[in-house]
Design a protein around this ligand. Structure first.
Ligand code: SF4
Length: 55
């Protein structure tokens, strides 16, 4: 529960280097768990391209 209240240090994959992480926070963790079986995997519903998220 503590990790879910402070998600940013725990997200993985493309979210780690996303320029919008501070605003988005990694989006919806339940969706990552449901689709990838990993609560810290990137949200599969993120519609931004790699070009749009790069720093
Ligand atoms: S915008 Fe997309 S890639 Fe960036 S932190 Fe949010 S879910 Fe992750």
């Amino acid at each position: 529960m503590a990790k879910l209240k402070n998600k940013q240090p725990h997200v993985r994959g493309r979210c780690v280097a996303c320029r919008w992480l501070g605003i988005c926070g990694g989006n919806f963790r339940a969706r990552s768990e449901s689709v990838a079986g990993d609560i810290w995997a990137p949200d599969p519903a993120c519609y931004l391209t790699d070009e749009e998220i790069k720093l």
